[in-house]
Design a protein around this ligand. Structure first.
Ligand code: R5P
Length: 297
């Protein structure tokens, strides 16, 4: 059985349909004092997956922890979390003394509640695998880069793909190679939440249709800075494609105002820019887990 929350119902239905699994809602009530009451189906089968993307994560984490504990009590012997966007992955070391390494502690928390955690394009940098993020459990990191690459190749034939930073090279290279496209890798310096400098390599982009490809757009400033450089150097068009379109605040408006033509994302995070579904990827990983749920990482 797949359990899902109302605000992710569209992806939940696509996922349940792809698997042929029953889909049930986690019902929520918020009390006047801000506490939450959850209601799950009273009798759960032995294998249950919970779909919960962790964009805007803080309130969701309490609900998720309660849902996991409740599902165990109601019969879920094996419990998987499908979190298409997994938050807190970027804080993977203490960048300054005293900083809490959120990735490590979120991973340990999820490992107490779930036997398996499946996600898409997590921001793994200094920690290499999802198995390390959820110690003793099965961790699965899928990539939407091939799906986005196929979409881009159809929308912008002959596109030049550009990674806005070195961490994005893995996704851009995978998409470019699969589609026979050229790609460039930029370097990035972040000085603050909205203060980013992207150094695009000095290649000839004059007249090229460029697509910036990254794992996540949050404020959009990484893409904005790169797009401004590319357009100033004579790119014929700049489109952006990301796995996780958080696009907080006025990010989309700013990108459009800067001359970005299209903003595309997968449905890992529900957003108007969604153009590619990760449901088939997630379904294949969940089907693997359901066949052999006892395997841990
Ligand atoms: C970080 O390295 C990620 O890959 C993204 O480039 C970054 O999180 C985007 O953030 P923003 O949209 O706020 O610049």
């Amino acid at each position: 059985m797949l359990l899902a929350f109302d605000d992710e119902w569209a992806l939940a239905q696509r996922l349940a349909d792809a698997l042929g699994w029953p889909l049930q809602a986690v019902q929520r009530h918020t009390f006047p004092d801000g506490e939450t009451r959850l209601r799950l189906p009273p009798q759960l089968p032995p294998r249950v997956a919970v779909l919960r993307g962790l964009q805007q994560p803080n309130a969701k984490l309490t609900e998720l922890w309660l849902a996991a504990a409740g599902a165990r009590e109601l019969g879920a012997a094996q419990l998987a979390l499908v979190s298409p966007y997994l938050a807190y992955m970027r804080q993977d070391i203490a960048f300054t003394p005293g900083e809490v390494v959120s990735q490590r502690h979120l991973g340990r928390l999820l490992a107490t509640g779930f036997d398996c955690v499946i996600t898409v394009d997590p921001h793994l940098h200094r920690v290499a695998t999802m198995d390390e993020v959820v110690p003793g459990r099965r961790g699965v990191a899928l990539s939407a880069a091939p799906l986005l690459g196929a979409w881009l190749a159809r929308q912008v034939p002959g596109a030049l793909l550009v990674a806005p930073d070195e961490e994005a090279e893995q996704w851009v290279a995978a998409a470019a190679r699969a589609q026979g496209l050229d790609y460039l890798v930029s370097r990035k310096q972040r000085h603050g939440d909205r203060d980013v400098r992207v150094d695009v390599p000095a290649a000839d982009v004059q007249g090229r249709a460029v697509v910036l490809l990254d794992d996540v757009a949050s404020t959009g400033h990484t893409l904005l800075d790169a797009a401004a450089t590319l357009l100033a150097r004579g790119a014929a068009s700049v489109d952006v494609a990301v796995t996780h379109g958080l696009f907080v605040g006025d990010a989309i408006d700013r990108l459009r105002a800067a001359g970005v033509r299209h903003c595309w994302s997968t449905d890992s995070v529900p957003h108007a820019s969604n153009c590619v579904s990760v449901a088939p990827l997630l379904a294949a990983a969940l089907a693997d887990w359901a066949r052999d749920p006892a395997t841990t990482g």
